[in-house]
Design a binder for this molecule. Structure first.
Ligand SMILES: *Cc1c(COP(=O)(O)O)cnc(C)c1O
Length: 358
């Protein structure tokens, strides 16, 4: 830290993303990316003609992509906000709606970026503890009169709440903004997107990073009432008008044009998830019910940090946090069947080395 850093940021602790080793030596199951490449239509869209226009700024309003997304979700372009990854949507949500008089509540075990944005903007954060087995109790959020951010499915647990439960939360906090972060909604969950037509305080966040194999392209979006979307646009046009680059815009449209390809990949991931959970069951692991492209699992015999470290030594990266309430657990991204077989083989080795007969 230099002497020039504003005192506003004195206690700020940045989000720590999962490791991104820049060589290919790991089976990478630590940041919930898709194991599948983008669709052939995306390869075709990033062509010479598109690269040839990189001397020109992209459309600051993203009209073509908004129109395609609007048709896809049967909403209007005014219901849509385009973000440089859904992390940027989160950033603008905190920037626009939260301050010291409008605190923000989110689950105590959830996406690690929520408390970071609260800290960045000096917003009081109210982490709400989860219940037994990391279950989110909707009544803990009803009528609390605070802004609310909930990931559904939650990360890193993979657990979901229902659309009716989300509606209860949104309806009973009419004077506060509610963000439902649906980064993982396309792996078996039910989206609450239709609620944006009834509730002007709801923003639904989604991303192209997970289900749509475009983490490197950085594209996310928010869906909400025209008023709340206009507030997010105000933040964007006061920060960076050109937040979505040309190539990503083209890739996004091509992605929506090849939805079947991605649905098929999601089915494969869901099959591999069921397979991995049942194999881990046989090895004495406890795994939370997941509707995401990852599972949260713990081994009764070997602690989470040891599993994480030994897997890494053996070339498999998973995610582990040294936070007391989740230190027993590891989050494992669901990849291809071949990747999951390597993961399971290494887990069996670790159990053997620990003297646990598998
Ligand atoms: C991955 C993730 C995001 C961010 O994804 P982007 O790549 O920025 O779109 C947001 N929320 C949750 C819960 C996530 O896991």
């Amino acid at each position: 830290m230099s002497k020039f850093l504003s005192s506003r940021f004195a206690g700020l602790e940045a989000y720590v993303p999962g490791e991104q080793p820049q060589d290919q030596q790991y089976v990478k199951l630590n940041t919930n990316e898709s194991p599948f490449p983008p669709s052939p239509a995306v390869f075709a869209a990033i062509n010479e003609a598109e690269v040839g226009r990189l001397n020109l700024y992209p459309d600051p309003e993203g009209k073509a992509l908004k129109q395609r997304l609007a048709a896809f979700y049967d909403v209007k372009p005014e219901n849509l906000f385009l973000a440089n990854g859904s992390d940027e949507l989160l950033n603008f949500f905190f920037m626009a709606f939260c301050d010291k008089d409008r605190p923000v509540a989110f689950p105590a075990v959830s996406y690690g970026f929520y408390p970071v944005y609260a800290s960045l903007y000096g917003v009081p954060a109210c982490p709400i503890p989860l219940r037994e087995n990391f279950r989110l109790e909707p009544r803990d959020y009803m009528g609390i009169g605070k802004n609310i951010v909930i990931a559904n499915p939650n990360a890193p647990t993979g657990r979901t709440i229902t659309v009716a439960e989300i509606e209860d939360i949104v309806r009973t906090n009419p004077d506060n903004a509610v963000l439902i972060d649906e980064a993982y909604i396309d792996f078996g969950g039910d989206s609450c997107l239709e609620l944006v037509h009834q509730y002007d305080n709801l923003v639904v966040g989604q991303t192209f990073s997970k289900f749509r194999s475009l983490a490197g392209g950085r594209l996310g979006y928010g869906v909400g009432s025209p008023g709340i979307i206009a507030d997010l646009e105000l933040m964007k046009f006061s920060t960076n008008s050109y937040n979505i680059n040309r190539l990503t815009m083209a890739a996004g449209i091509a992605t929506l044009d090849s939805h079947e390809y991605y649905l098929n990949n999601s089915r494969t991931v869901q099959d591999n998830r069921a397979y991995t959970v049942s194999e881990l069951d046989k090895l004495g692991f406890e795994t939370l019910p997941s509707k995401a492209n990852f599972i949260f699992t713990r081994c009764k015999a070997v602690d989470g940090d040891t599993i994480y470290r030994k897997l890494k030594e053996k070339g498999v990266l998973v995610r582990h946090w040294n936070k007391p309430e989740i230190a027993d657990w590891c989050r494992v991204t669901i990849g291809s069947r071949a990747q999951m077989d390597v993961f399971l083989e290494k887990v069996r080795e670790i159990l053997k080395e620990a003297g646990q007969d598998a």
